[in-house]
Design a protein around this ligand. Structure first.
Ligand code: C2O
Ligand code: CU
Length: 574
């Protein structure tokens, strides 16, 4: 049933998109969507190599959650991992009024122990494409992830048309267990996870078993999990919306469909000024919707591929899915050699694409003219007591045993670091091309933001210990931010860099890349009471400390559910 007569609906949608979302939904028939999930380890061979994967009801990736804007999603999680904790984050959902449902072990809740059941309940207040994944240690890379599709309510229209849609979840995949990876990262000397063995599209990839010197029998190129690539059916002449999300652990990707152009129309739940690409660069934690017209020769099939960019990963095969035109045998291999994608080290074209992403004219939310506070966050790689760590302004983030939300709400002041972290690094004195080996510290600090203030963050890249600079996709929990700009080299707050930033029609996102040797500036409104993680979405990097924590208006947060407590200093609280 339409909520409001159509013309009004469109106007309300425009208004609502920028301002409130909830206004429109007053009186709407919001539904409650219940999901019951068993989280367990299963043997899986997504790329023909058998390994243990963390699954949702036996599947990795897990099921796509479908809901309509304004609905309440209730997910009951049963931890059947037997010997491992878990927690699940709903990536891109702002959790307005439910900061305890954000699913970050150490920040918003205690981990869910084996045998325990935990219920997440939150409102999906804005249409768009979102993600979910484990947020406990490095568990995400073991397979616990999936997508969330939130559609516009009846009577409300998106600023584009399509006939049908497909979801496309991109991942990278290792044969080493998640324990092996994490142990290497914390070892002295440090052992990096290395490049992935394969890339997956909707959980399927291919690893050539003959590449293994002594196949242990764990690799089987005729395993049913991996023999058929993912297929997307196109009916000739129709237009498809592809909802593409990346939950890679490490890799930046380029996605393309042979012979077809893609029109980018949505990013992280916001409509963008449409632009056409042959290949889409997508970073971990980002989602994009693209329109693709089935306008090619319908007598054959086409490759849809993802390739690694930003790192030299020539040994990792590209992921290949098949776009099959209706009427063809969907399994029929396209007659062409799959493309290899753009040069991995062409940073310029990636920065250009990032800059092309601005708000759709009818939906732009201008950024506030200025900020109340500016944080200059410099990332450096440091040796700390023989460990290789990432630090932000000299501090490597370590999650405390007591979730910040609980300790801050209940004034458990010895549960986290009381020293405020630095708002700015020595930007004049720091040479971003010199590998910083200064001794940083490991800690659990928090940036306390004045409630309702406007905050700017300038992320500044610098070289790693190996003298290279790489891409870091930064994700903010609990908010969308305005992407003000991407720049090269060192951001100088004294110079006129500020003038060059886009406050007129910036796109709003929850994840944005910080490109090699550059900086990225964002602005957000600290108006969502809670404690929120802001971190690099590369799983190994956040594990090594690449993140910060923001608190705003914690005193306004309602009574915390006792289900998030029980660990660290929160024992006995309720
Ligand atoms: Cu998808 Cu804290 O991340
Ligand atoms: Cu990173």
């Amino acid at each position: 049933m339409p909520l409001v007569p159509k013309p009004l609906g469109v106007a309300a949608a425009v208004l609502c998109f920028s301002l409130c979302s909830s206004l429109l939904l007053l009186g709407a028939e919001a539904k409650v969507r219940h999901y019951d999930w068993e989280i367990s380890y299963q043997h899986k061979s997504p790329d023909c190599f058998e390994k243990l994967a963390v699954t949702v009801n036996g599947e990795a990736p897990g099921p796509t959650i479908y809901a309509t804007q304004g609905d309440t999603v209730v997910v009951t999680v049963h931890n059947k991992l037997e010997t491992e904790n878990t927690a699940i984050h709903w990536h891109g959902i702002r959790q307005i009024g439910t900061p305890w449902a954000d699913g970050v072990a150490g920040v918003t809740q205690c981990p869910i122990q084996p045998g325990e059941t935990f219920t997440y309940k939150f409102v999906v207040d804005r249409a768009g494409t979102y993600l979910y994944h484990a947020h406990y240690g490095m568990q995400r890379v073991a397979g616990l992830n999936g997508m969330i599709v939130v559609t516009v309510p009846e009577g409300v229209w998106e600023p584009f048309r399509y006939d049908d849609e497909h979801t496309v979840l991109l991942e990278d995949w290792w044969h080493k267990s998640v324990y092996d990876q994490a142990t290497g990262l914390s070892a002295k000397p440090f052992v990096f996870v290395g490049e992935p063995q394969s890339l997956l599209i909707n959980g399927r990839g291919t690893f050539d078993c003959s590449k293994l010197a002594n196949s242990t029998g764990l690799c089987n190129n005729s395993h049913p999990d991996c023999t058929l690539p993912t297929q997307f059916t196109f009916v000739p002449g129709k237009t498809y919306l592809l909802r593409i999300g990346s939950l890679t652990s490490l890799s930046s990707l380029s996605f393309e469909i042979e012979g077809h152009l893609m029109t980018v129309v949505e990013a992280d739940g916001h409509y963008v000024r449409p632009f056409v690409v042959r290949n889409l660069f997508i970073y971990s934690g980002e989602t994009y919707s693209v329109l693709v017209k089935a306008d090619q020769d319908p007598r054959r099939n086409y490759w849809a591929t993802s390739h690694i960019v930003g790192r030299n990963a020539s040994s990792t095969p590209s992921a290949k899915a098949i776009v099959s035109y209706a009427g063809n045998d969907p399994r029929k291999t396209p007659p062409t050699v799959p493309t290899t994608g753009p040069a991995w080290d062409n940073t310029v074209i990636r920065v250009e694409q990032s800059r092309a992403i601005v708000a759709h004219p009818g939906y732009a939310v201008p950024a506030p003219a200025r900020a109340d506070r500016t944080l200059l966050l410099l990332n450096t790689q440091n040796y700390i007591n023989g460990h290789t760590k990432w630090t932000i302004n000299g501090v490597s983030l370590h999650f405390p045993a007591t979730p910040y939300l609980v300790s801050m709400k209940h004034d458990l002041t010895d549960a986290y670091d009381q020293h405020p972290p630095l708002d700015t690094y020595d930007h004049r004195g720091h040479d971003i091309s010199a590998p910083a080996q200064t001794n940083g510290t490991i800690g659990s600090p928090v940036y306390r933001l004045a409630f309702d203030s406007v905050v700017d963050v300038v992320l500044q890249n610098s070289n790693m210990l190996n003298d290279k600079s790489e891409t870091h996709p930064w994700h903010l929990h609990g908010h969308d931010f305005w992407v003000l700009g991407h720049g090269e080299g060192k951001f100088d707050p004294a110079a006129d860099a500020w003038r060059l930033l886009n406050i007129k029609d910036p796109i709003m996102k929850n994840t944005v890349p910080l490109h090699p040797d550059g900086w990225t500036a964002i602005r957000f409104h600290a108006n969502n009471p809670g404690v929120w993680l802001f971190h690099c979405h590369v799983e190994a990097h956040v594990f090594m400390g690449m993140g910060v924590v923001f608190e705003e208006g914690v005193e306004r947060v309602g009574r915390l559910p006792s289900s998030i407590m029980g660990c660290g200093h929160s024992k006995g609280l309720h």
